[in-house]
Ligand binder design. Structure first.
Ligand code: ARG
Length: 571
């Protein structure tokens, strides 16, 4: 199945080629318009071809349309302004397209991934430190990209690249030996590990002997000393237990959990290869890759003390992933502070001959109005407290809105709403913009929020229930769509745009494109619901409308699930 955008783009591409075989340009396509007065789709390429063909853009558009002839999906076309081709979709075609969406469990979304392997590196918190608010963005955005790519038929490998190796473990082990409080460790292990680390780190800055001991512990760990290995293993396990609790609450699963330590053995080989291929060389005792050609600062791949860097680990990781999984893309989701790191790593990987598409999807850090959370140290906010607070606040909303609901059910719905609100408030923004989180906005039932969409979904479900109660013997599957009112047509256009929206959101790594779409769909539905009669409409029209409701509900449910958001049937 093709999306309408794909269908119309192919039509325009062919018409341009026929009309101007010598001067056709690449990438001819159509775009969805924002306003129906410009048609449903628009093609804007006449201007570019006009220059090459030495004709006016309007003349180009005219010739193209002569060659285009009729298309089954198109009611009419017009040339607007300097040479835009506006395309209006035919009502009958829309009505039959709706049937296809309604009958398809995938809501018409094609499998464009063709089983290509995409490795997604996301969440990736550091061991012995509580996950901070930056990691929730990586987790939630990464997981939405994960779900969308899987749904599109990519073979996705979600890899949680834990920060479980590095010089901090010397300080950590020494600190643990001297400062750990066993009671605190059993109740809040990761917080205790962090406390121990901070204390030991501070001492290392004023006490040179302490620093020396810490280095010795690190050397022992790296040399495989059984006692230090065991301690390190313990830190990793305790941290993973806490991370897993959060992943379960967020319904996030990984195919691989390979920390930095997994690649430790491979580091010397990477540096050797970089040197033998002239990509890196000795400089002031260190081994450095100079990246002038890429206009990037030099990248140290082995320090003068023989230690390796974050970049070296990432290079070893790419090599390992390439040879084991042959991905066509590797996508990293981290905060904005790692942009230079990935530019350097990608540049070196290119020189090593890695051809996979490497993408760093970075996001701005989330801001919080001061004092919203109880635990706040620097930008470290305990994620579990944040999720607890979301559920508690959502419970108050549910209790106020549905006092008759059983308490057990209220809690279940509040969980879906609270977690949904946290995820959606993140996913509905452009990843690269700084977002300020407020509970009022996140849990709002009115604006662009998860609860608004979840309520919209539940309300649509209840319309269908009412219909079934009144007309138990009609099967909607046999009723045709009849798009009588303008708002029904608008809604139908929105529905059939779902497939191309999912593709665009996944391929541009912007879940907010899907979030905006869903919000717009729900808003259009609510105009529809408020302006046309449903159960009181004449037979036939009534069934068409109820069936339209059903399609909207299916698309909302599917779309929200691609963002990792649940849709309770009753709220
Ligand atoms: N552990 C890093 C952090 O917490 C993120 C790792 C991202 N992935 C990678 N392959 N470098 O900031």
């Amino acid at each position: 199945m093709q999306t309408i955008e794909q269908t119309l783009s192919a039509w325009m591409r062919e018409s341009f080629t026929q009309a101007f075989p010598e001067t056709t340009i690449h990438g001819i396509s159509v775009v969805a318009t924002n306003s129906e007065q410009f048609g449903d789709y628009q093609c804007n390429h006449a201007m570019a071809v006009a220059k090459l063909a030495r004709k006016s853009p309007r003349q180009v558009a005219e010739v193209v349309l002569q060659h285009a002839g009729n298309h089954a999906a198109v009611e009419r076309t017009e040339i607007a302004g300097p040479g835009f081709i506006n395309i209006f979709i035919r009502r009958e075609w829309l009505e039959s397209a709706l049937v296809l969406v309604d009958e398809d469990v995938r809501c018409g979304v094609p499998l464009v991934g063709h089983g290509k392997t995409v490795l997604l590196d996301y969440s990736s918190p550091n061991v012995a430190k509580p996950m901070h608010i930056g990691h929730i963005r990586s987790t939630v955005i990464g997981n939405a990209l994960d779900r969308m790519h899987r749904f599109l038929g990519y073979h996705v490998l979600a890899d949680n690249h834990l920060g479980d190796w590095g010089t901090q473990f010397g300080i950590m082990i020494l600190g643990y030996r001297h400062y750990v409080n066993p009671d605190a460790l059993s109740t809040e292990p990761v917080e205790e590990l962090e406390r121990v680390y901070v204390k030991s780190y501070e001492r290392s800055r004023t006490d040179p002997a302490w620093l020396t001991f810490a280095r010795q512990e690190l050397v022992k760990l790296q040399a495989g000393d059984p006692e230090n290995r065991e301690l390190w293993q313990r830190f990793v396990e305790l941290s993973l237990q806490e991370f897993d609790r959060i992943y379960r609450r967020l319904d996030v699963r990984f195919d691989l959990v390979r920390g930095e330590s997994y690649y430790n053995q491979a580091l010397p080989g990477v540096v050797d290869r970089l040197c033998s291929r002239g990509i890196a060389r000795e400089s002031e005792g260190a081994t450095v890759a100079f990246l002038e050609e890429e206009s990037l600062p030099p990248c140290i791949v082995r320090k003068s003390d023989g230690g390796y860097n974050y970049a070296t680990t990432d290079l070893a990781t790419i090599e390992s992933r390439m040879s084991e999984f042959h991905p066509s893309k590797i996508v990293y989701v981290t905060d904005e502070r790692q942009q230079l790191h990935f530019k350097q790593v990608f540049a070196i990987a290119r020189r090593l001959g890695i051809t996979a598409d490497l993408q760093h999807i970075w996001f701005g850090l989330m801001r919080l109005p001061e004092g919203t959370f109880s635990t706040r140290q620097g930008n470290v906010i305990k994620l579990e407290k944040y999720l607890d607070e979301a559920e508690t606040r959502a419970l108050a909303v549910v209790q106020a809105g549905s006092p008759e609901m059983a308490p057990e059910r209220q809690r279940e719905v509040a969980r879906a709403i609270g977690i949904g609100a946290v995820k959606y408030s993140d996913l509905s923004q452009n990843p690269q913009s700084v977002i300020t989180f407020t509970w009022e906005k996140a849990l709002s039932l009115e604006g662009n929020s998860a609860p608004y969409l979840q309520y919209a979904y539940a309300r649509i479900a209840s319309v269908q229930d009412k219909y079934r109660a009144q007309f138990p013997n009609t099967s909607l599957g046999h009723c045709v769509f009849r798009l009588e009112e303008a708002v029904e047509r608008t809604l139908a256009i929105a529905i059939v745009r779902f497939p191309e929206t999912v593709i665009k959101a996944a391929e541009s790594y912007k879940p907010n494109i899907l979030a905006d779409y869903l919000y717009n769909l729900a808003a259009t539905y609510s105009t529809f619901y408020q302006n046309v009669p449903f159960l009181k409409a004449p037979e036939g029209i009534r069934e068409s409308r109820i069936r339209l409701c059903r399609v909207v509900a299916n698309v909302l449910k599917q779309g929200l699930s691609l963002l990792g958001i649940e849709t309770p049937e009753r709220i």
